[in-house]
Design a protein around this ligand. Structure first.
Ligand SMILES: [Zn+2]
Length: 134
């Protein structure tokens, strides 16, 4: 069934929060809640499990500007705590919350594109013939 759809790059579909298979249907129902399936092609989104991936990337990369701002305010101006709350707090929210949605979309699209899934043990079928050990 996937042969009907040309492969779409995860960045193209994921950052736009679109279906990783058709690129048309929406991925989210709300801010970060995943839909059950694609409204355009019917792709079941149950494979999608980015877990803490989006939060991890936001913590590692998007928080850097707000930490730098907070440290700069402290070092340069010895800013009181209320200034930190009024300036650094909203700045941190503005740099951390908006990237969550496109990052989650990108991770889900990458999961679909690369067929990433949880590892499974593969058991070889038992053979009827006895194996001799010499
Ligand atoms: Zn779709």
């Amino acid at each position: 069934m996937d042969t009907e759809y040309p492969p779409l790059k995860p960045l193209q579909t994921g950052l736009r929060c679109r279906c990783p298979r058709c690129g048309q249907g929406r991925l989210f129902d709300g801010f970060l809640t995943l839909r059950k399936e694609c409204e355009a092609c019917g792709l079941d989104y149950s494979f999608a499990d980015p877990a803490d991936g989006p939060a991890f990337f936001v913590i590692c990369f998007a928080c850097i500007p707000s930490v730098l701002l907070g440290v700069w305010l402290e070092v340069a101006y010895s800013a009181p705590i209320w200034v930190q709350f009024l300036v650094t707090g909203p700045f941190m929210l503005a740099t951390c919350i908006p990237p969550l949605r496109p990052l989650k979309g990108w991770l889900i699209a990458s999961q679909y594109f690369y067929k990433a899934e949880e590892g499974k043990l593969v058991r070889l079928p038992a053979t009827d013939a006895p194996q001799s050990v010499k």
